[in-house]
Structure formats: C-alpha cells, structure tokens
Design a protein around this ligand. Structure first.
Ligand SMILES: [Zn+2]
Length: 387
C-alpha cells in the first residue's frame, strides 16, 4: 500500500478506540464488588446454527470441544449486587422480590425491578441470564485512568428507553456467538479415537462473560468498553457502538481479553505477551507507527484518531493486537461458515493487507496459527492460501 493511500485511509477513519483492557491491579478505577465471577457457561447448542450447507450435523468423533467448562451459578444476592451496584444497599432494592417467591420467578422479579419502565429491556436482560448466565447490571461510579485518553468519569447507566438498542445489539451478538461456536464445533478437526487433545491445557474459547456492567462516560465517548475478571463494562456513549455488526465485533474483542487472561503461561499473566510478543515487537521495530507499513500486518482497520492502527497504537501493546487478531479470526471463520462472499469489516472498508489474514506476511500466518490452536481448538474453515 502506498503511503498516500495510507494517509487517505487515516483521514477517512474517524474511529477512536475500541476498549481499555485492564486488570484490577492496573487501575484504581474498578472497585470491589464489581465481580461475581461465578456464572456458568451455557452448555446447550443453539438451534439454527448458521453455516454452509453440507456440514456435518453431529459433532465429529473425538472433536476437541470449543466450549469452556461451566462455572458455579451466581446466587440471588450476587445477581442483586450487579443489578443494583449503583445503590447503597442492593439487598434492600431486592426486597420487592421476597424469598418466599420460587427461585426462578424471584430472579425474573429482580430483572423486572431493575429494568422497570422498559419491559422489553427487562426481557432481554433476563434472556442474557437464562441462556448464557450473563448478569447484565450497572457499573459502579468511579473515575478511571484511561491512559492516553486521560482521566474519565464513569457513571452507572441502564440500556432502557432510547438506549435499549445497546442490549438488543448485545443479545443479537450473543446469539451469533452461540451459533458461531456451535457451527465451528461441528467442523472441528476430528481426533483419532482415544487420542488426547494436542496439549493438556484447555484450548476453548469462552464467549459468555459472567457480568455486563452498563455505564456512561461523562464528557467523553471512550472507552467504548473495557474488560476484566469475566466482566465487560459497556459504555452507552461509546463512539464505536454504531451498528449491530460493530457492537458484535467490539463485544468479541472484549471477550477475547477475558480469555487471554484465562490462559496464562506459567509465571505469566496472559497468553498473548508470551505467544505473540516477539511477532508483535518485530513488526513494530520494522514499521514504527507508519500506517502504510503496518497495513498488511494489522488484523483490523480501526485507526486511532491522530495515531496509527489500533492494533499497533503505542501504549496499547500486544494484548490489543491479540484482541484485534481474535476479531479477525472470528470474522473470517464466520464468513466462511456462512458462505459469505467476503469477510467484511463493519466499516465496509477492505482490509489494508491480504483478504485472508493468514495469507499476508509470514508473521500473520504464525500469529494466526497460534490463535487457532490456543482458542479455537485448531479449527480453521477459511480456505488455505493459494486456493
Ligand atoms: Zn481491547
């Protein structure tokens, strides 16, 4: 790509930043009681999984499953603490749903109380819980250190009324992920009967966060979302939340961060620094922040205003490159499973590099294979290069 083309791409792009991935230790922002790291993963395969015709309907014999194991269910009090995190006493807010109520109806009562005034939003939040054990409540008010974005005030907010579209988009995204992983499961490479999976550590991608926390940034439109401890915080004012497709990919990006931290190497904090760090560093050494040079290596087309590709924006580091690579992996697999003519970015812009990421520079193929094997059970339904 010429540097003129790169400059033009930069000017055309008005995207800012996808997220601010963080661990609690890295920030003074997220206070206690933010995590009820205890929801379970949905086990039932979704009906109507979208994939190309002719795919096997039953799991391949010995296929490595892509699902994470189920975790313990959250208690009623844990759900109440997430839903009413903006109240001094969440348990008193829950008092309208007495313990004499049958358990399932009592949980439903809690969602109705939290989303009072918007029955449709209450129903969607309840669906998130029933189908995927995702508890969708609110963030705790705080001021976060947004790194190069500065200090940002965060207030709890609910996706109701005019903001309901956020929870509609998120539920649509979860249905998509459910279908996607079910379809990929069915296409997973079969192992010989009795053979062990390639390594002892779990390779599965868990697409259900435990907790969603809705919030609004004050006098800022970033970060659009951030993730920690199986929790995704979602900004109703986020600049990236412009369409169902954009939300789907932003959510996938955030959920990847959660998985990244769930696969630490011995003595490490997350999978990506050790697995992808050398590749990432080599590209940065070669290209610096040059948009023209980075184009073929950038998994996604997001460009930070006044900066470079989000994947390589200074200060973001290899974890953001990894999350963007995970999105690219998902986008290309999904397009192949659905027999779409091409894997389109929500922006509609063609990728700066190869149409199939793995068919770009050799660094791409290496990173792609590592991502495939660690998080997607070795499954890759994108046609091989040269075909
Ligand atoms: Zn991120």
């Amino acid at each position: 790509m010429s540097s003129r083309h790169g400059l033009r791409a930069a000017l055309l792009s008005s995207l800012v930043v996808a997220c601010s991935s963080q661990r609690p230790a890295d920030t003074n922002a997220v206070t206690s009681a933010t995590t009820s790291a205890s929801a379970g993963a949905a086990e039932s395969p979704a009906p109507g999984a979208a994939e190309s015709p002719g795919a096997a309907a039953a799991p391949a014999r010995g296929a490595a499953p892509l699902r994470a194991p189920a975790l313990p269910e959250p208690t009623f009090d844990e759900i109440a603490r997430v839903l009413f995190a903006d109240r001094a006493s969440p348990s008193s807010a829950a008092a309208v749903c007495p313990s004499s109520t049958p358990p399932e109806a009592r949980v439903r009562c809690l969602f109705d109380e939290r989303y009072r005034g918007d029955a449709k939003a209450a129903g969607l939040a309840h669906e998130l819980y029933v189908r995927w054990r995702v508890v969708a409540g609110v963030e705790v008010a705080h001021t976060m250190n947004g790194g190069y974005r500065g200090m940002i005030r965060i207030e709890p907010a609910l996706p109701i009324g005019a903001e309901r579209r956020h929870i509609e988009w998120i539920v649509s995204a979860m249905r998509d992920f459910d279908d996607f992983f079910a379809a990929l499961d069915r296409r997973a490479p079969a192992l010989e009967p009795g053979a062990e999976p390639p390594a002892s550590r779990p390779k599965r991608f868990r697409f259900e966060p435990s907790t969603l926390r809705f919030m609004r940034s004050v006098a800022a439109r970033t970060p659009s979302a951030y993730a920690h401890d199986w929790t995704v915080a979602w900004n109703l004012a986020g600049s990236l939340h412009r369409s169902a497709d954009a939300v789907r990919e932003t959510l996938f990006h955030e959920i990847f961060h959660l998985n990244d931290y769930a696969h630490p190497p011995p003595g490490g904090e997350a999978w990506s620094p050790r697995a992808l760090g050398a590749t990432f560093d080599a590209v940065v050494k070669k290209c610096g922040t040059s948009i023209a040079c980075l184009g073929p290596y950038s998994p996604n087309d997001t460009i930070v205003r006044g900066g470079t590709y989000y994947s390589f924006q200074p200060g973001n580091g290899v974890r953001e490159y990894a999350a963007e690579l995970a999105v690219r992996y998902y986008r290309e697999q999904r397009a192949a499973l659905r027999a779409l003519p091409k894997a389109e970015s929500p922006t509609g812009r063609p990728p700066a590099g190869a149409a199939r990421f793995k068919c770009g520079p050799p660094e791409n193929a290496r990173a792609w294979a590592l991502m495939r094997d660690e998080f997607f059970g070795g499954g890759d339904v994108v046609p091989p290069c040269g075909s």
